[in-house]
Design a protein around this ligand. Structure first.
Ligand code: SF4
Ligand code: SF4
Length: 83
């Protein structure tokens, strides 16, 4: 199995979800995300590029109203067989 294969599995299991009605646009998720996944437009967070999310969990842990959910990588099932 190659490292490329592992990366592909992670991208295929991205679990990031944003509950937009709950968001009040504080921008914390945008500030803490190391990969620039979020921006804030018209008072709401917006996911600009979900494909670069590494499921680190920082955004979900810091959102004051729990508008973000993500299952950290360590808890996702990684399919390794057949690579
Ligand atoms: S889980 Fe991590 S990488 Fe993904 S959007 Fe949140 S802060 Fe960014
Ligand atoms: S941290 Fe939560 S409330 Fe703040 S902008 Fe992001 S999703 Fe919205």
């Amino acid at each position: 199995m190659t490292n490329e294969c592992i990366q592909e599995d992670i991208k295929n299991t991205t679990s990031l979800q944003l509950n937009t009605p709950v968001c009040f646009g504080c921008g914390v998720c945008m500030l803490v995300c190391p990969h620039g996944v979020f921006t804030v437009r018209n008072g709401k967070a917006v996911i600009t590029d979900q494909s670069v999310c590494t499921e680190c969990g920082l955004c979900a842990a810091n959102c004051p109203v729990n508008a973000i959910s993500v299952i950290p990588q360590s808890q996702t099932e990684k399919v390794t067989a057949g690579c």
